[in-house]
Structures are given as C-alpha cells and as structure tokens.
Design a binder for this molecule. Structure first.
Ligand SMILES: [Zn+2]
Length: 225
C-alpha cells in the first residue's frame, strides 16, 4: 500500500516508512526513512536471477533534491542479497532506477545540477554549491544534459566565426630530444561560433595554430564543409 508521503517524495521503487523532524534550530529538513518496494531490486545485476537469500541489512544516505524547500536526510534501509546462481557477483545490494548501486545521490539531483547550468544559466561552481554536489559531478551532469538536448551534428552555417580565447595558465615541459621547452597545455583556445543562425559555440579546441583550426574543420565531414 503506497502512502501519501511516498507519493509526495516520488522516488520510484522506494517507500517512505517514517519521517522524523530534526532539531528545528538546525534549519534542516526531516529524516526520511526509506524501504525498498520494488521486487526487481532483488534481481542480481550480474546474472538476472532473483535472489532469495539475504546476507545483511545496510543503510545508505542518498542525497536528493529538497522536499518542499527543505533539504532532508534520506536513510534507505536496504538488503544485501546473496546471488543464488553460479555468478561472479556473490552478493549485491538493492538498487532502483533513481539510485543505482553505489550511487551517493539520486539521478534527479544529478540531472538537476546539470540542467541548472544548461538551462538556468548558472556556472558549474554555482550549480554544484546550490545542489550540494561536487564540481566534477555538476560538470559531468551538464555534459550529459547537453548530449541529450543537442543535435548530434551542428546545422549548416552560412558564416562561421573563428576567434581566440585565453583560458587558464599554460603548462610547459622540457623536451630532452629537441632540447627545448614546449607547451603541453596551451592557454589559447580557438572557438568556432555560428554567426548566421544563432547556434552559438559549435566547438573549442586547444591552441591557436593553423593545425588546430584545420583539424576541427576536417573533423566536420565533407557535407558540412
Ligand atoms: Zn548473479
């Protein structure tokens, strides 16, 4: 039987068992105890056989989006199962689509941190701070979000803009064979933008050399060129 709190939280496959208020002075949302209510969570990810023997209980703390504006502490008490088949995965813990095994945050929190950058115009640093995730998590979520919404190939452009951008600091290494210093990280990048149809930045490559520009153009394919 699905209760109202479970519906409100909306994490598919998980049921809210209990909600405990925390100290009101901390300003933090309540503790939300969760239980698995999806039978598929018992299916071994290694072989697809449904396990019947339990090894132990474990409690994880997946971080999630705020609930009604309050950041809650989610505690998911779940089982570790023993795989009954002849399978390299001897044991496994339950997982649901929103919280894959070993994930420390829900998929919707991860996706929100990327969408805030792509659609909300926030910087990665700001989105990471707002969502309580690390910079690499927000950055990867942004890349994944962009990959879902952008077309595989840019549309044709009538006027291509090519411009140099200074970015960060250069790094140099001494090349023994050439007896010279060479840049391994060039602080100059070349950006390619669509000046005709407003597609924005189409690509950015390191260096401001002829090779860098030609290399990017060659990778576009004959039809696009
Ligand atoms: Zn298995």
């Amino acid at each position: 039987m699905v209760n109202d709190t479970t519906r409100l939280l909306g994490l598919d496959g998980l049921a809210v068992v209990e909600v405990i208020e925390r100290d009101e002075h901390t300003g933090e949302g309540p503790i939300v105890w969760l239980a698995t209510m999806d039978e598929r969570a018992r299916v071994c990810p290694g072989c697809g056989v449904t396990a019947t023997r339990m090894k132990e209980w474990v409690t994880t703390r997946p971080r999630d989006l705020p609930v009604a504006g309050r950041r809650c502490l989610l505690l998911w008490r779940k089982r570790r199962w023993i795989c009954s088949a002849a399978c390299p995965r001897k044991t496994f813990t339950e997982q649901v689509p929103q919280i894959p095994a070993r994930a420390r945050l829900t998929e919707r929190l991860r996706q929100a941190s990327g969408a805030a950058v792509a659609d909300g115009g926030r910087t990665i640093v700001q989105s990471a701070r707002d969502h309580g995730v690390s910079w690499p998590v927000a950055s990867a979520a942004f890349t994944a979000h962009a990959g879902r919404v952008l077309p595989a190939k840019p549309q044709a452009v009538t006027v291509l803009g090519i411009d140099e951008t200074r970015r960060g600091r250069p790094r140099w290494v001494y090349d023994e064979s050439a007896q010279a210093w060479k840049a391994v990280v060039d602080r100059w990048h070349v950006g390619f933008v669509d000046l005709s149809h407003g597609q924005g930045l189409l690509g950015q490559v390191e260096g401001r050399t002829t090779e860098a520009v030609i290399g990017w153009l060659q990778a576009r394919g004959q039809e696009w060129k």
